[in-house]
Design a protein around this ligand. Structure first.
Ligand code: SF4
Length: 407
């Protein structure tokens, strides 16, 4: 893994220099209150807390749905970041584990849930160690258990996480109802990623004063971004930073990001030019309008050619299929091969578009859709560069031709 730098932030990353211990956490925040369900619902609704895994689904809606179920709900903390380029939940696990756990515990108490399941990424042993250490410091009188994923790319998908917690292989399956209706063991399951739980906890612990002056009226508060220069396969350090919603990207991203192609949203994301992103604001709806969804908050700058980076990522994604759905298992390798052929002048871009359409919406999880999104974005953002590649050239590599970079 590349080096991870976690910068202190204005909210959930405030105070990280004091260390991740429970004593430091309680000294900063005080004891965890015990709001009832109605109080918690009113708080997260007024704070407009939304999921930070990519879908930005309102947390209050999930909470209300889980509370309405006839059976006792289950709470799940998902630390298995589905997006491999994201390190925001890793950053929280290493610096603010008790804020994350507080969010799950306070919600479990309000819901009357007796179990909190914490799902840890098998490919990130430092996260497993940090969270295990933090849980050993606590006595919440809520049954807490940990589950470690296989480390596969799709292991962080919500349904894969439910499968793992239910004692089966941690792979995605088709689900006809959302997890808050029926998840672990058929029970209402409130599953959120670490960043979402950390925000829930901070709102409960500090209320509005924990976010005073941060964010906008429609998107209050902050969000975490993972940024890397050459995060598309290189060895440059990864930085996690916390920024208020509404900030301009040019004001929050490091100067080294300037003038490079940027991949927004990570491996399932979309390309943008620096000029497009620099003037945009950190805002889920605004970025959707620009067709570069923020997703899990990943911004990767390509240190070289974006076509070459895309070929590398799409081939890697094709290898990550869980082998359950035909359009994904067979379609993604075909899509990767056709894109590679198109870039070396032997393939057909119309066939690439056709394959991207054929795999979209056909899997049990969003893996094919995310991969097709990246492919379409390459075609849209870099048509001239693709054409140049097809002629055997490359204008965007800072270090030589794409052929030289790949060798
Ligand atoms: S779409 Fe792909 S990754 Fe998702 S469940 Fe099906 S085979 Fe697995």
């Amino acid at each position: 893994m590349t080096t991870l730098e976690v910068r202190p932030g204005p909210a959930v990353l405030a105070g990280i220099e004091r260390g991740p211990s429970l004593a430091a956490h309680r000294a900063q925040y005080g004891d965890l209150p015990r709001p009832g369900l109605d109080e918690l619902l009113a708080l997260v609704e007024s704070a407009a807390v939304r999921g930070r895994g990519g879908a930005a689904f309102p947390f209050a809606t999930k909470l209300r749905t889980a509370a309405r179920g006839r059976r006792r709900p289950v709470v799940v903390v998902n630390l298995a970041e589905g997006e491999p380029a994201s390190s925001k939940d890793t950053a929280l696990a290493l610096t603010r584990p008790h804020l994350v756990i507080d969010g799950a515990v306070v919600t479990a108490r309000a819901l009357g849930a007796r179990e909190v399941h914490v799902v840890l990424p098998g490919e990130r042993p430092q996260v497993v160690a940090a969270v295990t250490r933090a849980l050993a410091e606590r006595d919440d009188r809520v049954r807490t258990s940990t589950h470690v994923t296989s480390g596969r790319f799709v292991a962080g998908q919500a349904r894969a996480v439910v499968e793992l917690v239910s004692g089966r292989d941690g792979l995605p399956v088709t689900a006809w109802v959302p997890e808050p209706v029926s998840g672990v063991g058929g029970r209402p399951t409130l599953l959120s990623n670490a960043e979402t739980w950390a925000h829930v906890a901070r709102w409960v612990l500090l209320g509005q004063r924990g976010y005073a002056g941060l964010g906008t009226a429609s998107e209050p508060g902050t969000t975490l971004l993972t940024w890397s220069l050459d995060g598309t396969g290189g060895t440059q350090p990864t930085t996690v930073l916390e920024v208020p919603f509404g900030s301009r990207f040019r004001d929050v991203l490091p100067a080294a990001a300037a003038d490079r192609p940027v991949l927004v949203g990570g491996y399932h994301g979309a390309w943008a030019t620096w000029d497009t992103l620099a003037s945009a604001r950190v805002s889920v709806p605004q970025l959707r309008l620009l067709c570069v969804p923020l997703g899990a908050g990943v911004v990767l700058s390509a240190d070289g050619c974006p076509v070459d980076a895309s070929l590398r990522i799409v081939s890697w994604l094709a290898d990550q299929s869980a082998g359950r759905c035909g359009p994904c298992t067979r379609g993604l390798p075909a899509l990767a091969a056709e894109l590679t052929a198109a870039a070396d002048g032997t393939g057909d871009l119309d066939r690439v578009r056709e394959l991207a359409g054929l795999v979209t919406g056909r899997g049990a999880c969003a893996h094919p859709d995310g991969t097709a999104r990246l492919v379409r974005s390459v075609l849209t953002a870099w048509p001239d560069e693709l054409a140049e590649h097809a002629r055997g050239g490359c204008t965007m590599s800072g270090a030589g031709t794409c052929q030289e970079l790949a060798s």
